[in-house]
Write a protein that binds this ligand. Structure first.
Ligand SMILES: [Zn+2]
Length: 717
């Protein structure tokens, strides 16, 4: 064992002077209260169950356990009472995937090679991540995650024997926004515990709740001072449900439970609302609580700076495993030499997504140094919210920290998920085939340009409100200032698409793909869908095939939709079945499969396929497809009921109104049809919806009703 047979806390924050605390640490005392002064030996907890609970995007300073007032987190407080709290824990990266990979491997992002959420994956040769180390000891290993960015295909799935990431994918939705509610993730985690809770196990539970958009359910929506804090209270209640299960199954007492977050949230403190660009304290200071078996060390606190990179060596030490070579972290209950340590953090986001400089930082007990085109130094004791850059007065200290940070590898391997085969396909479609290079040289300082990013964020409100034309104007202005702003270009393409400007959308998509082939998985599907809307089936098909390796479900689903549009229901059936094999795309693939079966007049079978979707969350369009199948079987009243359900579930989507009106018109019930169309324009008023109503009436031969509608819709004199 690398630190002898015993473990101790480096610094306790009990009410002892510093020298005494150090002596106590040397005496290997954990915790502050007399009856809890228990020696913890290395390997004391061999065979203990281990639970990692990650609450995404949770700022430490927004928790009562860290002194925050105004919200209630009784379940996290319970873990805090029963465990050891690390007051100054830092994330290696304010991005979900790189941070979790560091957590699970004990290596910094430059070592794992995972520098961003998209375009990077865990190395296929990684064999010493936490779950793998414990699996070798006979542990069962499992994980349940709540966000697309942690899906199994990132390589994380391979690290565990069981990895549950069945997130509902909405085709066309921005990938980063795909998530599921924590309650569903907790439910699958509890099922897993039912099966594996009695033997040694390692389980990773990931909740995405405090992550934007902030949409806490009641009562948390009303009880907390902000919606972000409401999400924290809700996440706390989910932790409570999970911990209650552990107690009920008699796991809690004997378990090591690590509660942490992968990064914080800007909340505007330095101009960034969410996270990813900056590495100020609000983005990297995370909660960390470790509850040991039998509540050893309960209530103890450690002030020394530590990192999420330390979790792996801590867990191996506590359970008596040897720590694999190449690990950057240190065991957290190690000897007092941890004092004076600096914790490294980085973010490559600005460089990869915006063409601005990447940021790196070192945080120690007293200072944070941020390496940037204009470097920064903050005195955390006097100025914990980092308002005053003291680098000008502390030149010597700044220089020392700069030398210290120079030791860390700053090489950035560009995202490289494009295979040789995909490159050939890209070339055949007229895209550049040079390997992507990350921008380098003199890059802008993110702190000088953050307002441009905020302007981009504001366009999401315009998009969500359906105001695509204003979104297009705003996004074009942003791109004029910074043509390298890939995310803005992708949103511009989606805005063009949503507004029906498909040709403009293809131009933007093509320019993104030409510049950044690593985005093929994401862009090829969007571009193929746009070509489908333009009825350019050959182009749509070749772009779907571009993504067939990297995004099999999405690519096959698009192929099925192209087949349907091209009146080839047999091929559509085959492609839809292939898409349904990808669990992320099961629901939309089953809808496409039902459509293919209806086109082949296999309507009862279609109805059966749709019945198979009743177990999960209701996918949009389910009622419409059911109505198609029921009309085909001449079960008209049931078709009408299915469409009324669909309208109730999604009152702002036009298609179901149109379909219902069409059924009434075919049944020669024009009054009913007009009433449905009237509901549509009152709920989603727009000129194009009035036109849609008029065209529907005309199409079915009700010219007089259509003319009446035109007169009514015209604005008065
Ligand atoms: Zn995250």
């Amino acid at each position: 064992m690398f630190f002898g047979r015993r473990l101790s806390s480096a610094v306790t924050s009990c009410s002892f002077p510093r020298w005494q605390a150090t002596v106590l640490a040397a005496l290997l005392v954990l915790g502050c209260r007399g009856h809890e002064r228990k020696l913890v030996q290395a390997g004391s907890y061999a065979g203990s169950p281990i639970l990692l609970i990650s609450i995404d995007t949770l700022r430490a300073d927004h928790l009562p356990a860290w002194g925050f007032q105004g919200i209630r987190t009784p379940n996290i407080d319970r873990l805090r009472r029963d465990g050891v709290l690390f007051r100054n824990a830092y994330s290696a990266c304010p991005l979900t995937l790189p941070s979790h990979v560091t957590l699970l491997t004990g290596k910094l992002p430059a070592q794992t090679g995972v520098r961003d959420n998209l375009g990077y994956a865990v190395s296929p040769t990684e064999s010493a991540a936490l779950p793998q180390l414990f699996a070798k000891q006979g542990y069962a290993t499992g994980a349940a995650v709540s966000a697309y960015v942690l899906r199994g295909e990132t390589g994380l799935g391979r690290l565990f024997a069981w990895y549950e990431d069945r997130l509902p994918f909405e085709p066309g939705a921005p990938l980063g926004e795909i998530q599921r509610r924590g309650a569903e993730t907790v439910a699958v985690a509890r099922d897993w515990l039912e099966q594996h809770g009695s033997k040694p196990f390692f389980f990773f539970l990931h909740l995405y709740e405090p992550h934007a958009p902030y949409t806490p359910p009641e009562p948390y929506r009303s009880s907390a001072p902000t919606l972000y804090d409401g999400e924290i209270e809700y996440a706390d209640s989910l932790v409570g449900e999970f911990v209650d299960t552990l107690v009920r199954k008699k796991i809690y007492d004997r378990a090591i439970i690590v509660l942490m977050s992968d990064h914080g949230e800007g909340l505007g403190d330095h101009g960034e609302n969410e996270h990813g660009i900056f590495v100020y304290r609000e983005a990297i200071h995370v909660p960390l609580i470790i509850k040991l078996p039998h509540n050893d060390g309960a209530g103890g606190s450690i002030d020394a700076p530590v990192g999420l990179v330390d979790i792996l060596p801590t867990l191996t030490a506590l359970t008596g495993l040897s720590t694999p070579p190449g690990v950057s972290g240190k065991p957290l209950f190690g000897p007092p030499s941890q004092q004076g340590r600096s914790i490294f953090s980085e973010s490559m986001y600005a460089r990869l997504h915006l063409g601005w400089a990447d940021l790196r930082s070192l945080t120690n007990e007293e200072h944070q140094y941020i390496e940037a085109p204009r470097a920064e130094l903050y005195d955390l004791r006097k100025d914990p919210s980092e308002k005053v850059n003291v680098l000008g007065h502390q030149r010597r200290l700044g220089a020392a920290l700069r030398r210290e940070i120079d030791v860390y590898d700053r090489n950035l391997t560009p995202p490289s998920t494009v295979s040789a085969e995909e490159r050939t396909k890209l070339a055949s479609l007229g895209y550049l085939t040079q390997p992507t290079t990350a921008p380098a040289g003199q890059l802008p300082d993110p702190k000088d340009r953050i307002s441009e990013f905020n302007a981009y964020e504001r366009t999401s409100e315009l998009m969500n409100g359906g105001d695509y034309e204003r979104a297009i104007v705003a996004l074009r202005q942003i791109l004029e200032k910074n043509p390298l702003f890939t995310d803005a270009a992708l949103r511009l393409a989606r805005a063009y698409e949503s507004a029906g400007h498909f040709t403009e959308a293809t131009t933007v998509y093509r320019s993104v793909l030409a510049r950044d082939p690593a985005l093929t998985e994401q862009v090829a599907i969007g571009l193929g869908t746009t070509y489908l809307n333009l009825r350019m089936y050959a182009e749509a098909r070749s772009h779907a095939e571009l993504a067939i390796k990297s995004n099999s479900g999405g690519a096959h689903l698009l192929l099925a939709q192209i087949d349907l549009a091209a009146s080839d229901p047999l091929s559509a059936e085959r492609d839809a079945r292939a898409a349904a094999a990808d669990p992320h795309y099961r629901a939309p693939a089953m809808l496409a499969l039902a459509q293919a079966l209806i086109k082949q007049k296999r309507c009862s079978q279609a109805l059966e396929v749709l019945g198979g979707l009743s177990d999960g969350p209701r996918p949009s369009g389910l009622g419409a497809r059911r109505a198609d199948a029921l009309v085909c079987l001449e079960r008209i009243p049931e078709a009408i009921a299915a469409l009324r359900d669909e309208i109730a579930a999604a009152p702002t989507k036009r298609d179901a109104y149109g379909q219902l009106a069409a059924i009434y018109l075919l049944q020669r019930q024009p009054d009913e049809a007009e009433s449905v169309l009237g509901q549509m324009v009152s709920r989603i008023p727009s000129e194009s919806n009035d036109q849609f109503a008029v065209m529907t009436l005309r199409h079915f031969g009700y010219a007089a009703a259509a003319e009446r509608w035109v007169r009514r819709a015209q604005p008065g004199p």
